[in-house]
Design a protein around this ligand. Structure first.
Ligand code: HEC
Ligand code: HEC
Length: 330
């Protein structure tokens, strides 16, 4: 196994299969029919960088109230739309995370997949569906995968509120505009596979103090009187994101961890970020069925999808841990 991987790195042109990840095709499918501007990251008046809304500044119009409700839904998702919701019919999320567990502070932190400007970028082409999707579809993607639950109705009061909050955070952005700090910064590829064994050591050293020895997180003891359910969210186990989530894919997880974790001291090397993510995603978590149907266009199926089919000759283990460089079409 190892020998093959090394040889592939040494002679990428000889051994790269013809149908590896097609960067050009991916770019073409994501192209917009106009010139895309890049706009500065900026928050509207009335919200600070912790995502806290000054309600007095917004006033009490129906619009302002809907923005405020939307902010509550993304910051304390489980209280309103998850297992902790009083109304059983509103328990859409399957775990006790909140959107803020990943989109920090209600989606106002640059480089941590913020919601600023997002309303102007949808509808957009989505490679997982190989279709155009709406912002509601994208939100429900996270409900079904990151939140390991069910979609919320597209016309519900709750979806309207989340949309309104995102639209408010997007005030002043032009249709299709890019925003500095949108998404998660691109990953670098390392020259070997991610190594869960080394990752286990890094986890004990750099992550367990907050996320717990068994990835179970730390609960907020004051949840009953307000705030989010977790002080530090669960990162594996039954209360975590499922195997269909972006965070379950190695490159995406390494990108996130390298940029943001350990929280307040994100100084891991790329090697360590891949290794600790490989460890985290080797632990048990809820399983999303039918993942072989995700990314139907195999030419642009992400390299870190660990469920086939593939058309590039690499197996599931290679797609799960890498190395990824040999899978890039030159
Ligand atoms: C376990 C982590 C996690 C949780 C929890 C989560 N998401 Fe996400 N979300 C992601 C990741 C990862 C992406 C993809 C980011 C990227 O590739 O740039 C994403 C992308 C998105 C996007 C598209 C962002 C963009 O810039 O195109 C939206 C909208 C979104 N999530 C909404 C939500 C909402 C609403 C919730 C709560 C109901 C939620 N997410 C919960 C991890 C999470
Ligand atoms: C000082 C505390 C702290 C440390 C140490 C820490 N995290 Fe986190 N982590 C957080 C907080 C808080 C969040 C919630 C999002 C945010 O506020 O940025 C989070 C969110 C996450 C998430 C997404 C949410 C989820 O539940 O899936 C992952 C994945 C994650 N951390 C992985 C790690 C890894 C891997 C390490 C070690 C390299 C680490 N973290 C170290 C505090 C910490």
């Amino acid at each position: 196994m190892k020998k093959v991987a090394l040889a592939t790195l040494a002679f990428p042109f000889l051994l790269t299969p013809a149908f590896a990840f097609d960067v050009a095709k991916n770019k073409a499918k994501n192209t917009l029919p106009y010139e895309v501007k890049t706009q500065e990251f900026r928050l509207p008046a009335g919200i600070d960088e912790n995502g806290i809304i000054d309600e007095a500044k917004l006033g009490d119009s129906p619009y302002a109230k809907t923005v405020i409700y939307g902010s509550k839904l993304v910051n304390e998702t489980t209280r309103h739309l998850g297992p902790q919701a009083k109304d059983e019919k509103k328990r859409f999320a399957g775990n006790n995370l909140s959107c803020s567990s990943c989109h920090a502070n209600g989606g106002v932190v640059p480089n941590q997949s913020p919601f600023v400007g997002i309303y102007a970028r949808f509808p957009q082409y989505n490679s997982r569906a190989d279709q155009l999707i709406t912002l509601q579809d994208r939100i429900n993607g996270c409900f079904q995968r990151s939140m390991s639950g069910k979609p919320i109705p597209a016309n519900s009061k709750e979806m309207r509120a989340i949309m309104t909050y995102m639209q408010w955070l997007s005030t002043g952005y032009e249709v299709g505009a890019k925003v500095k700090g949108q998404g998660i910064p691109k990953a670098e590829f390392i020259n070997r596979a991610g190594d869960p064994k080394n990752g286990k050591k890094i986890y004990a050293d750099k992550c367990a103090s907050c996320h717990g020895e068994n990835g179970e997180g730390v609960l907020n003891p004051e949840f009953a009187s307000g705030g989010d359910y977790y002080l530090f969210p669960a990162i594996w186990g039954k209360d975590s994101y499922n195997t269909g989530a972006g965070m379950y894919r190695l490159i995406k997880a390494a990108q996130f961890v390298k940029t943001t974790m350990p929280k307040g001291d994100a100084t891991l090397s790329w090697e360590d970020a891949y290794d600790v993510s490989a460890f985290m995603n080797s632990q048990e978590r809820p399983v999303k069925p039918n993942r072989e149907k995700d990314f139907p266009d195999l030419d642009i199926k992400p390299m870190d999808m660990d469920v086939g089919p593939y058309n590039d000759g690499f197996d599931e283990n290679a797609h799960r841990y890498g190395p990824f460089k040999p899978m890039l079409k030159k």
